[in-house]
Write a protein that binds this ligand. Structure first.
Ligand SMILES: C[S@@+](CC[C@H](N)C(=O)[O-])C[C@H]1O[C@@H](n2cnc3c(N)ncnc32)[C@H](O)[C@@H]1O
Length: 494
């Protein structure tokens, strides 16, 4: 067995798919402890890296537990769960008793083990959460442990990777951060084709209805006169021909005021200009879902603006929109297919040149410079690549999404949806590596914990409470992801 001395030893808390692991392994670091409580991800970590992670980090309750179970290390990494601080969550922050307190567990481990460096990652909203108090509290608590701390936010597209995904990074050092500099953000354009693969196995086919909606909006773009600037507001085709009231009164207000007649005999039209000379029950079917919610007596300003803009757009463009409506009959489609967001102002209007995504807000048509930010996609939300990007319209694959996270060829969860979810939680390894290569400079030459044990070890000891085993005997060979770029660590190439 080769016995190269690692540059440093690290722990990978909240390990997920191992974005930190890929980055630090590439800098010649050696993992000595990982924690991941999700069973499938826990097993996958072992498959990918030959190390069996601890499960629930909260099971390490006392300082003695931490001292006993977590080996000494030079670098602690943690992308602690972000839901409590995310705009998409309920923003309970530290008050979220299940997930919000995990920062305190990281803090406890730092206090007990005192690694020389740390890198923490979270959603950028953590910097603004609770009026900035959350960020200040985190920094104060870390500084109280004698760490120098800096915070910055980065997105992979600032490193040449075609994904916009802003994330906050806290770095800390017990040796000061005077020599530390954040990596430079590049402004060069990115291109999603750089992560697309030609040799993809047959993917899940796109449902007929979805293909039909794409063809319909493709034809809408083709018919639009070149001299017309495409609207930057979302196009709501159900407002084409509609005249129901929306400024001073709303349909739900009228149904309350006139429970028998409703919008009848008011001389107004519903979605796509449909007649409202019918029962109130039928009227409700003929008013767009964004305008028929019970007790919605006053629409917010943004909704009134979109309705007005769409109706004006239709009036000015009926000459080509009416034949399009006749041909495609969008009124027969589900509501999300009736809306379109054009995010490619100034580009040629060929729908197959773009990245497409079906959202509740409609079909989003996006330049192929970047992919939509990875999240736990539902089946319908998985981005679709236009045929001019890949030869045929198809969904982006989990392997391509792994490329968007700079994770290389690691094994992924077998179900696509589980894979997208894990990838949507992962940290981008290229960004971590760019930060870490400066932060960790010098560790290899100093009295780090790694110098105490020149033997390379992977996954280690057995304890009563953990399945942490001697991987030198039991682990399958580590599936090493490909290098994510050459780098110098402490004066040697890694
Ligand atoms: C934001 S993700 C971090 C992903 C990781 N940085 C990566 O590159 O894939 C947080 C992870 O922490 C795990 N987790 C949450 N609570 C945990 C706990 N109490 N103990 C161990 N793992 C936990 C989740 O299952 C999830 O995979």
């Amino acid at each position: 067995m080769a016995t190269t001395r690692p540059a440093f030893e690290f722990v990978d808390l909240f390990a997920g798919l191992g974005g930190f692991h890929v980055a630090l392994d590439d800098l010649n670091g050696r993992v000595v402890f990982a924690a991941e409580w999700e069973p499938a991800l826990n097993a996958l970590y072992k498959k990918n890296y030959g190390v069996h992670p601890w499960t629930d980090i909260n099971a390490l309750e006392t300082d003695r537990d931490i001292e006993r179970e977590i080996p000494n290390h030079d670098v602690l990494t943690a992308g602690f769960p972000c839901q409590p601080f995310s705009k998409a969550g309920d923003q309970m922050g530290f008050a979220d008793t299940l997930q919000g307190t995990l920062f305190f567990k990281v803090h406890q481990i730092l206090r007990v083990k005192r690694p020389r460096r740390f890198i923490l990652e979270n959603v950028p909203n953590i910097l603004k959460h609770d009026g900035g108090r959350t960020q200040r509290k985190i920094i104060e608590m870390l500084e109280a442990l004698d760490y120098s701390v800096e915070v910055e936010h980065f997105s992979p597209h600032e490193f040449g990777i075609p994904q916009v995904r802003d994330r906050a990074y806290f770095v800390g050092s017990l040796d000061g951060l005077d020599k530390f500099e954040w990596p430079t953000k590049h402004k060069d354009p990115t291109d999603i084709t750089s992560v697309l693969r030609q040799d993809v196995p047959p993917a899940r086919s796109i449902p007929e209805q979805t293909l039909h909606a794409i063809d319909m909006w493709g034809d809408f773009l083709r018919r639009s006169p070149a001299s017309l600037k495409m609207p930057s507001f979302p196009i709501w085709s159900m407002e084409f021909g509609a005249t129901y009231p929306y400024e001073d009164e709303t349909p739900p207000g009228i149904w309350d005021r006139r429970p028998i007649w409703g919008l009848r005999q008011m001389g107004v039209k519903g979605s796509f200009g449909q007649s409202l000379e019918c029962s109130v029950g039928e009227q409700k079917e003929r008013i767009p879902s964004h305008a028929n919610r019970d007790s919605d007596y006053q629409f917010p300003r943004w909704k009134r603006t979109f309705i007005r803009q769409n109706r004006e757009f239709y009036q000015h463009n009926r000459s080509w929109i009416d034949p399009w409506l006749d041909q495609w009959k969008p009124e027969e489609m589900q509501s999300s297919f009736q809306k379109m967001e054009w995010n490619a102002q100034g580009e040629d209007r060929n729908i197959d040149n773009f990245v497409l995504q079906i959202r509740a807000s409609g079909l989003r048509i996006k330049r192929p410079t970047t992919s939509p930010s990875l999240i736990a996609f539902t089946q319908t939300q998985v981005p679709i690549l236009g045929s001019n990007l890949t030869g045929e319209r198809r969904y982006i694959t989990p392997a391509e999404c792994a490329e968007l996270q700079s994770l290389g060829d690691i094994h992924l969860p077998t179900s696509d949806l589980d894979a997208y979810k894990a990838l949507g939680n992962a940290v981008n390894a290229r960004v971590v590596k760019a930060i870490a290569e400066v932060l960790l400079e010098g560790l290899a030459n100093s009295n780090s914990s790694s110098t105490a044990d020149p033997e390379p070890i992977v996954g280690m000891r057995t304890s009563t409470s953990n399945k942490w085993r001697d991987a030198r005997q039991e682990c399958a060979p580590i599936t090493k992801p490909p290098s994510i770029g050459s780098v110098l660590v402490a004066g040697r190439s890694a």
